[in-house]
Ligand binder design. Structure first.
Ligand SMILES: [Zn+2]
Length: 246
């Protein structure tokens, strides 16, 4: 019994190793060239990946990181990108695989703006972390590869839908080369509380090193666009500069 089990385990191990090797080969083929970080002029170093959820910026000092979830969307992602470009701000976009697959040009525009990509799963399934490790791993790599292929760049981060982290989700996203990314400040812009409320919540709770959660998809985001237009100059006036999470 015991030896049969270990035999099965060895076989499974070999199978996983083969699948991983093939998967990684396909992924690197998808992101091979060119390493596009066009907007920045020089490619920033990829973050080091730790198997913990990063909730504040690694950079010290009076800095904040803006993050936008649930895109790309044809209506709102370009508006956010225009705002960021006008203000020389780089941000992180946690994109949903099936939307990225349908609109790869939007992913390329995000990357061309010097921003970083974050895997937010294929379908925004909030239960993804409860599946078996093999299913989680397959899903994470599938959405990562969609983003990497569309953007022709690495996918540096992973963010769990609805922040539903499980130990397996943290461990496997890190193992797949994506830093698990949480947040510090959540103004709940997705619930459309009004532009003033979004601005007020961020202004009240922001601290040096805050990662701020916002959305460029998942519903009407006019309030978010207006809030970002007000928050960028306000944060600058308070002495904050904008960084990537690290
Ligand atoms: Zn989301």
């Amino acid at each position: 019994m015991g030896s049969t089990r270990s035999g099965v385990r060895v076989l499974l191990g070999v199978t996983v190793a083969v699948v991983l090797t093939v998967g990684l080969g396909a992924a690197s083929a998808g992101v091979a060239a060119p390493p596009a970080r066009a907007g920045t002029g020089s490619a920033p170093a990829r973050p080091r990946v730790t198997p913990t959820v990063l909730t504040t910026t690694r950079a010290p000092g009076k800095v904040v990181a803006l993050t936008f979830d649930d895109g790309p969307t044809a209506r709102y992602t370009p508006q956010i990108l225009a705002l960021l470009a006008r203000n020389h701000v780089t941000a992180t976009f946690c994109e949903i695989g099936q939307q990225a697959r349908a609109q790869p040009a939007l992913v390329r525009r995000v990357v061309a703006g010097g921003h970083r990509l974050c895997d937010h799963t294929i379908t925004h399934d909030p239960t993804v972390g409860t599946h078996t490790p093999a299913v989680i791993d397959q899903q994470l790599r599938a959405s990562r590869d969609v983003l990497a292929t569309a953007g022709k760049t690495d996918v540096d981060y992973f963010r769990a839908p609805d922040g539903n982290w499980t130990p397996n989700l943290v461990r496997l996203s890190a193992r797949d080369g994506m830093q698990p990314l949480g947040w510090t400040v959540d103004p709940r812009d997705w619930s459309r509380p009004g532009t003033a409320a979004i601005v007020r919540t961020v202004a009240t709770h922001v601290r040096p090193g805050s990662v701020i959660l916002l959305h460029d998809g998942g519903g009407p985001r006019d309030q978010t666009v207006q809030a970002v237009a007000q928050l960028i100059p306000w944060l600058r006036a308070q002495g904050y500069s904008f960084v990537l999470p690290g």
